[in-house]
Design a binder for this molecule. Sequence first.
Ligand code: NCD
Length: 318
Amino acid sequence: MTFRAQHLLGIEHLHPLEITTLLDLADKYADENKRGIRHKDVLAGLTQINMFFENSTRTQASFELAGMRLGADVMNMSMQASSIKKGETLIDTALTLNAMHPDLLVVRHPHSGAVDLLAQKVNGAVLNAGDGRHEHPTQALLDALTIRRAKGRLHRLSIAICGDIAHSRVARSNIMLLGKMENRIRLIAPPTLMPTGMNEFGCEVFDSMEEGLKDVDVVMMLRLQKERMDGGFIPSEREYFHRYGLDATKLAYAKPDAIVMHPGPMNRGVEIDGNIADDINRSVIQTQVEMGVAVRMAAMDLLAQNLRARRAEREITA
Ligand code: NCD
């Protein structure tokens, strides 16, 4: 068994072998999903609770679908913005939930670190579906699977991550994952949206798309995360698109077979030209969504195996 984690809180603590194990299983699920093969036995008898304290379309839907495909009892708690409170309230929520004995708890929260905190308070396996600007591990894993399937490998690729890096948990998780798998990472952003110290992570830093995109294999675009900005980070969206929006002219600097990615939701005409997003010869944005279901199936399958093993061990020693 090469996947030992008890929770999936981030990429940071995953070993490259754990990443490969998860991606191999997700690869199998992706093929079988396409062929209509179902696996209702994998999570049968287990309860999955999805708790989203922040809006989500793709992530929540794919976690829900993944759980149902594997036969879990899936429940969505609707967490309205008004119920978002810090500190004790979050812990109280966790304790209440824990009393319902969820086996898998999928959590998205606007505060970095909130999901880790919650994981300390519950007995089941916790999956981070995005916490503040900290981590979004299943997004990085589905991006990795998409890249691996499109390029035939997940190492020694030159990958550009472009846009609002400062506010992006997707960027953080991807930088860690792609770095662990020994790729060359180029970060492209206006200075106001580039965190300091990124060179220490082994990334090359650019503030021009023309320079940064030169000969890359993968172009990953990010949304301007306005909900996490306090103040003006860009002069205007029009100006931003002109300098940092991905269009055919800028994409021409990348390798001729470079793929275009975006985690969604997309703002067409701000960070990406709609024609590029829809170009089936370059854009793998729909494949990312498809891989999202498979990756979440694999993550919950592996965590449930570890959960069952721990429980069995406890029964033997009890
Ligand atoms: C991302 C997120 O929520 O961090 N979206 C997603 O999960 N597909 C990126 C974003 O919101 O821009």
